[in-house]
Design a protein around this ligand. Structure first.
Ligand code: UP5
Ligand code: MG
Length: 204
């Protein structure tokens, strides 16, 4: 894996903070390849012949973090596939694959493994809002999402895991001066404007 060919931004924040929504908008602005660790895990869970289906399903429902080997491998595979295709408009700019890695790393062991074995992230975009706002958004989404973790019980567990396991990761990168925090309480448009400005600075 030639990590000189890639550039990574981590997108972190609590469950329902708006990571996926904002990544979609940043892709429109900058042509990143958006990789959501949660989406990759859900796809693997449903893939016929996967050895990890039951493990992933249980972890997601309980708001626990899937063992890092599984997630890091899925991310690596997805990055490799994108690099191989090298399609313009799919994060491929100036010979580099530009990736928005959404919802990862959410535990210190994943962060250290990815930093060491894949690459160092250029920055961390951190979407921050209150649990009250996140709960409301997730319950609303749960009416139609079909996600097995969009129910009050799972959401409470996800909040706990986030505070317990993911906040230390954010502090770790903050100490390295990599974290840009954005209040994601406002409307999608307002949040997007701020996120876009921050990312633009990185390319200036
Ligand atoms: N919405 C978004 N922005 C809004 C705004 N500004 N104003 C009003 N509404 C807004 O948004 C959530 C909802 O809010 C949507 O309906 C949206 O329209 C609305 P979304 O953009 O989807 O938020 P996001 O932060 O992406 O929320 P998500 O639920 O995806 O966050 P999680 O971090 O909980 O989920 P993820 O898919 O990343 O992970 C799920 C599970 O996978 C984890 O709990 C864990 O079990 C497992 N996992 C791992 O084990 N390892 C990993 O590395 C990653 C995941
Ligand atoms: Mg998401």
């Amino acid at each position: 894996f030639d990590n000189r060919k890639i550039m990574v931004i981590y997108v972190l924040g609590g469950p329902g903070a708006g990571k996926g929504t904002q990544c979609g908008r940043l892709v429109e602005d900058f042509g990143f390849c958006h990789l959501s660790a949660g989406d990759l895990l859900r796809a693997e869970q449903n893939r016929e012949g996967s050895n990890y289906g039951d493990l992933i399903r249980t972890c997601i429902r309980e708001g626990n973090i899937v063992p890092m080997e599984v997630t890091v491998k899925l991310l690596q595979n997805a990055m490799e596939a994108t690099l191989k295709e090298g399609r313009p408009g799919d994060g491929w700019a100036n010979g580099k694959g530009r990736f928005l890695v959404d919802g990862f790393p959410r535990k210190m062991d994943q962060a250290l493994k990815f930093d060491e074995e894949v690459c160092l992230a250029s920055m961390v975009v951190f979407f921050q809002t209150t649990e009250e706002v996140m709960l409301k958004r997730l319950l609303k989404r749960g009416e139609t999402s079909g996600r097995e973790d969009d129910n009050v019980e799972s959401i409470k567990k996800r909040f706990h895991t986030y505070k317990d396991q993911t906040m230390p990761v954010i502090h770790y990168y903050a100490k390295q001066g990599k974290v840009a925090e954005i209040d994601s309480t406002a409307s999608v448009e307002v949040v997007h404007k701020e996120a876009s400005t921050l990312v633009k600075k990185l390319f200036a």
